[in-house]
Ligand binder design. Sequence first.
Ligand code: SF4
Length: 201
Amino acid sequence: MVNHSRTQARLGDHVTHLMQCRRCPRMQSTPISGGVVVSDIMLIGQAPGPREPVLQRPFAHTAGRTLFQLCRCFPGKTPSGGDRVPAPDEIHNCSSWMDEEIKILRPRLIIPVGRLAIAQFINCPKLDEVIGRKFRVERAQHRFDLIPLPHPSGASPWPKIPPGKGLTERALRKIALHPTIADLVDRDRRAPKLTSIARSP
Ligand code: SF4
């Protein structure tokens, strides 16, 4: 469990500095941040999409709760119209921001989404070899559980057909059964009671 107020203050300073970052000249937006969200769980995606610079929050167009990106700026479009995959130098530039966030948050569970994100933590020659499994990983002098997920974009059929479908379901079950999720659900359950106690005369 993180020391919430101290961690929140450190994360606030970190986000302030992150928002001023201009290391990657090919990026098409300035950094996107979901704000100061203290959590035991980090979901790691690839890069923001085109709508997120407008709405100024990651995963704005989908249902993400707490998301950290390999690259914090929108990379722009390819000539064929798809989202440009961040280049290795851009991922490298941004890795210090991610490492700093891991040091501050000390998450118990990291969920990398998609091959590019997974490969920042473990060897990922094929999704079949890593999806559905839990790994114990060390990064930024911190040890945590890692449960990878495939990218949910409609461009890849892998999560919808065997063996990807079954492996993805297995990975989601592992996430659902992870103790951090139970703690999160427990905190959510108790939150309304604490609110009503605080409001009572
Ligand atoms: S992608 Fe990361 S390192 Fe590059 S400019 Fe954006 S915040 Fe900075």
